[in-house]
Design a protein around this ligand. Structure first.
Ligand SMILES: [Zn+2]
Length: 168
């Protein structure tokens, strides 16, 4: 009876001692190495028995599902809606037609670059790579610049009444 053969029987010795041959049991009792191995195995099993899976709150799944649904619905609609209302009902009421055109252009350009990826692919919901907040800020910044340019053009033509713009 050698040690390596006995070691394969150690789990049996731990869980069903009666199934293990008497000579194996005798070896473990007399062999320091195999006795130590059995002791370690027993200690490991004892630790595993005390370990319990932490209980998950019964409401976790429900709350998670609600949060996910809210995020999915809020993220894409949010920035576009706010941009549209800012453009159409903001401080620049006189620029409304231009603003609407600019918005249409922005949407066309945005949609175009998205559709351009890899030719004719089935249309998928747009993948938001940057944070929606950052995109929102970027588009608001672009709009602010556009309004600034339009305002200065408007002022130029009215200041020198019949200037270069109107002489034609
Ligand atoms: Zn041994």
């Amino acid at each position: 009876m050698n040690c390596s053969k006995v070691k394969t029987s150690l789990p049996d010795l731990l869980f069903a001692p009666e199934s293990v041959a008497a000579e194996v049991r005798a070896h473990v009792e007399n062999c320091a190495e195999c006795g130590k191995e059995l002791k370690e195995l027993r200690a490991t099993m004892a630790v595993m028995e005390t370990w319990t899976v932490p209980e998950v709150s019964p409401y976790f799944d429900t709350r998670m599902a609600v949060l996910l649904r809210e995020e999915q619905q809020a993220a894409p609609a949010g920035w576009l809606e706010r941009m549209r209302s800012r453009l159409l009902f903001g401080n620049h009421m006189s620029l409304r037609p231009l603003a609407a055109a600019a918005l249409a252009l922005l949407i066309a350009v945005g949609g175009g670059t998205y559709m351009g990826f890899g030719g004719f692919q089935p249309k998928k919901p747009p993948v938001v790579q940057a944070s929606p907040v950052i995109k929102d800020l970027q588009s608001l910044d672009e709009n602010a610049q556009l309004f600034q340019q339009l305002s200065s053009m408007d002022q130029d033509s009215s200041d020198n009444g019949g200037g270069p713009g109107n002489s034609l």
